[in-house]
Design a protein around this ligand. Sequence first.
Ligand SMILES: *Cc1c(COP(=O)(O)O)cnc(C)c1O
Length: 397
Amino acid sequence: MPGFELFGDEERKEVNDVLESGVLFRYGFDEARNGHWKAREFEVELSNITKAKHSLLLSSGTAADTIALQACGIGAGDEVIIPPFTFVATFEAVLALGAIPVFAEIDETLNLSPEGIKQAITDRTKAVVPVHMCGSMAKIDEIRNVCQEHDLFLIEDACQAFGATHKGKYAGTFGHIGCFSFDSVKTCTCGEGGAIITDDKWVYVAADQLADHGHDHIGENRGADGHPVIGFNYRTNELNAAVGIAQIRKLDKILEIQRKNKKILKDAIKDIDGVSFRHIPYEEGDSATFLTFLLPDETSAKRVNKALADGGVDSCAYWYDNNWHYYKQWHHLHTLTSINKLPQIGMENLPDYKNIKLPKSDELISRAISMQIKLSWTDSQLKERAEKFANIIRENI
Ligand SMILES: *Cc1c(COP(=O)(O)O)cnc(C)c1O
């Protein structure tokens, strides 16, 4: 997954353009910047890749999630359906807007399930945020149908799935907005960064204003004359954008290596009795940032995970016990512990996060292990890894 493994001259060249001009701001300074508009260039490149009409580079993926919800008009008291298997940023974005995260079950894709969404819909539901976890996509066609039937905004958190496709169409382009992260450990990195993409001009205009203090960006210079809305600062800058440009130009290469490496590891374990894999609705389009496999039960998954770590097969994650990516360990959310008073506190029907029951998700995640696919493994390292990986699973399953 990490683009930082392919880091070098290209990034240095782009960053040098910015350092030489001394213009770090993404807007204005037309003379001084020597023709370099790195943030804009990144956005053009991102639209070229995803075929989305509009792209907006932001300061982080969390900013992208937040702006996406806000640009769709999500605010205080609105319910937003999200999966329990995601990074904490997804619910943070919902909470930041005064809205209410509502968890729905995942399915064998390990992403939000269309059925789970249907069961979680209430009169207050405004949006659904499927998260394409670990680089593999949800059943996005069916999810889109559910959203259309119920007139809900569909916002894809594709932060971990940059470059993944479903039947040739890019993750992030199925709903009203798609969100990406370009933080330091994602498929491509800006150092810190994120982006939204959309085909909807008005959603884009709203996002563009919200991300920069509500400035309308019309007219000369930065076009900061009018303030159609109250905004915030989720801007990026030229340095981060410069790194990102060099990185997204390497996307095809990154995906190619990941897919090749993943296949070798998958083939090594696919015939072991009791091993199965998460369902990927369109496997060809998988970004292959991770190989995720399932063991027969929780005990066996824990045993295999420990044996892999003890045996020196690194880069594996057992999400069920992990306090970044699974709701079970999000104690701060369970208790709604915040420095200030959350607007949601006291709201009628706020879910009791301590006692959420998601048996289907628990059953799946308790059996799942993911191995992060690295770009830098040599052929011999990969061969050795595949053998060790298979042997340890066979002996401990
Ligand atoms: C990384 C990530 C984010 C947040 O991105 P940042 O750029 O780190 O703020 C949001 N959602 C998911 C699923 C992520 O993996």
